[in-house]
Every structure is written in structure tokens, then in C-alpha cells.
Design a protein around this ligand. Structure first.
Ligand code: SF4
Ligand code: SF4
Length: 126
């Protein structure tokens, strides 16, 4: 269904954690392909990836060493709301092609015009 926006939508700010107003990003990690290298956790600009065994802070500080960090997941800040903006930096950097987008970051109201749409294509490693 195509949503029609009015002039008033330009002045409305969607609530980040209300799924009716803001769809945050979500990803699928293929455990068969992922080798737990931690690259995606390190580079995520939203800081929203974690694994069962370590955090981004532990990886960057050197506290967690060895490179077998487990399969990451996107942390939910609230039910259905993550900090993922679906930029796909993680998927582009993943050496195993283990990440795909489940759904995009897609705010309602006027922000929708400034962000991704479902038509957007993500860069892939060659
Ligand atoms: S970059 Fe890819 S292989 Fe490495 S931990 Fe992330 S999903 Fe797994
Ligand atoms: S898509 Fe971007 S914000 Fe979302 S987890 Fe990957 S790097 Fe982080």
C-alpha cells in the first residue's frame, strides 16, 4: 500500500521505539557461513551487534582475543526496535557473505524521504 504524506508530516518526528512509526533494521546471519571473526561487530557504526561470547568493547580493547567470537546478532533495545540503520557496512565487510538484510531501517513521516527504501540495493563484495 502506498502511503500518502501531507505537508504536516514534514514536521512530525517519529518515535524511535514505536514500530508503528519507525521500522529499525534487522539482519539475518547464516551460521553455516559465519566463522565468528568479529569483523562485523567491530565495524558496525550503530554498535548494535553482539555475540554470545563477547561485546564490541571487548573486541576493540583486546580483552577478547582469538577471533572466534561466535555468530553475531542484532541487539533489540526494545521489542522490535534495534539501533541498526541497515547501512549494510557489516554485510559488505563480512568475508564470508554470511549477512543479509531481513528488513530495512525505514522511519515514517518526513524522515522516510531522506532514508533508504526497500528498492535500495546494497553493495556486495566482488
Ligand atoms: S563478519 Fe561475517 S563471518 Fe565475521 S563474525 Fe560477522 S557474520 Fe560472521
Ligand atoms: S547494517 Fe549497519 S548498523 Fe546494522 S548491524 Fe550492520 S553495520 Fe551495524
Amino acid at each position: 500500500m502506498k502511503i500518502k504524506y501531507s505537508i504536516f508530516d514534514r514536521f512530525r518526528i517519529p518515535a524511535y521505539d514505536k514500530s508503528s512509526q519507525m521500522q529499525t533494521g534487522d539482519l539475518i546471519f547464516d551460521p553455516e557461513k559465519c566463522n565468528g571473526c568479529g569483523t562485523c561487530v567491530q565495524i558496525c557504526p550503530g554498535g548494535c551487534l553482539l555475540t554470545e561470547t563477547t561485546t564490541k568493547v571487548d573486541i576493540l580493547s583486546g580483552k577478547a582475543k582469538g577471533g572466534k567470537y561466535g555468530v553475531p546478532h542484532v541487539v533489540q533495545m526494545k521489542k522490535g526496535a534495534t539501533l541498526c540503520i541497515a547501512c549494510f557496512d557489516c554485510g559488505t565487510a563480512c568475508p564470508r557473505g554470511a549477512i543479509s538484510i531481513k528488513h530495512n531501517f525505514n522511519p515514517g513521516y518526513h524522515f522516510k524521504r531522506l532514508t533508504q527504501t526497500s528498492d535500495m540495493r546494497y553493495p556486495k563484495r566482488g
